[in-house]
Design a protein around this ligand. Structure first.
Ligand code: 8YV
Length: 328
């Protein structure tokens, strides 16, 4: 007698190749449109599913987990960050959580570099001006940005993405500085020619560019607080491709409005998809809609990881990308 196949519920539309494979391998319920699930749909999903495949846009909190049916044993998240999932709550219910680390490192580091260049060299301002038909021709003092070669880059969070950024940044002539909970191995520091700052405050006060590349956890919420942002030099720019919650967005916005720092490049926001309207009016900021890992190749790699995590779990093995609170 054929046994019932586990029900996999996917909350968002995934690349075609991944959805096809998902259907071949499992009893998969896919999204017919690309809107996020409503709270009622999400509740229904956790009641029915054996495996839930959420993304960053789904809040898997204690209240939702309290609705989970007895079959829900795996949350195989499509993405690296897990701050949208109550990990302790999942563990208490015997639900395994997996993510998709590693495969979006290079794309996110590319986007971080793009923001550093974009803000320093005023790419979006120039493009906008040209499209608006306001370009009156070259002039020696027109659209002057700032050279990045020779400047100091302070990386907050020297994990995979921080290190991939450091490799790129060295190629652009930046000197590499970092703050991390744990100092990285000496060999890595040597390879990246990176200077470790035990004190985040001291690093912030001395950098030309700050890049946020750490995960959002209870310990990193508002790590760049109003007090710490005040330590930045007026020439400094801040870029963030990690999570909006790591920066006190209201304080950052105030400082940008008052020109207390030179600029910012933000791919993530504290209350996504809402963006502080004051930011929208500033020309010294470059704003992107959470696109750091948005490449077709990256999304397919992420999907492959989700498939492998589900398959190994269903086959009775420990999935390769299991997330434990202690890892954060
Ligand atoms: C993903 C991200 O696109 O993986 C992450 O943590 O922030 C994004 O780049 C998103 O999370 C997918 O769920």
């Amino acid at each position: 007698m054929a046994t019932k196949r586990p029900l996999i519920i996917v909350t968002r539309k995934l690349p075609d190749a991944i959805e096809t494979r998902m259907m071949e391998l499992f009893d998969a319920r896919l999204r017919s449109d690309d809107a996020p699930m409503t709270p009622a749909q999400l509740t229904e999903a956790v009641r029915q599913a054996d495996v839930l495949v959420p993304t960053v846009t789904d809040r898997i909190d204690a209240a939702l987990l309290a609705e989970a049916g007895p079959n829900l044993k795996l949350i195989a998240s499509f993405g690296t960050g897990v701050d949208h999932i109550d990990l302790a709550g999942a563990r208490a219910r015997g639900i395994t959580v997996t993510n998709t680390p590693g495969v979006l490192t290079e794309d996110t580091a590319d986007m971080t570099m793009a923001l550093i260049l974009g803000v320093s060299r005023r790419l979006v301002e120039g493009e906008r001006l040209l499209r608006e038909g306001k370009w009156e021709g070259w002039a020696p003092t027109f659209m002057l940005g700032h050279r990045i070669w020779g400047k100091r880059l302070g990386i907050v969070g020297m994990g995979r993405i921080g290190q991939a950024l450091a490799r790129r940044a060295r190629g652009f002539g930046l000197s590499i500085h970092y703050h991390n909970r744990r100092r990285v191995p000496e060999a890595t520091e040597r390879e990246l020619e990176a200077t470790y700052w035990e004190s985040l405050d001291q690093m912030l006060a001395r950098m030309d560019i700050i890049s946020v590349n750490c995960p959002h956890t209870p310990a990193t919420y508002h790590l760049l607080s109003a007090r710490r942002l005040k330590l930045l030099r007026p020439e400094c720019i801040v870029v963030n491709t990690a999570r909006g919650e790591v920066i006190d967005e209201a304080a950052l916005t105030r400082m940008l409005v008052n020109r207390e720092i030179a600029g910012a490049g933000l791919d993530v926001f504290e209350h996504e998809p809402a963006v502080n309207p004051k930011l929208l009016r500033l020309d010294n900021v470059l704003l992107l809609p959470h696109m750091g890992s948005a490449t077709l190749e990256g999304r397919i790699d992420m999907g492959q990881k989700v498939l492998i995590n589900i398959k190994t779990f269903i086959d009775g093995h420990r999935p390769p990308d299991r997330v434990l609170e202690a890892m954060l």
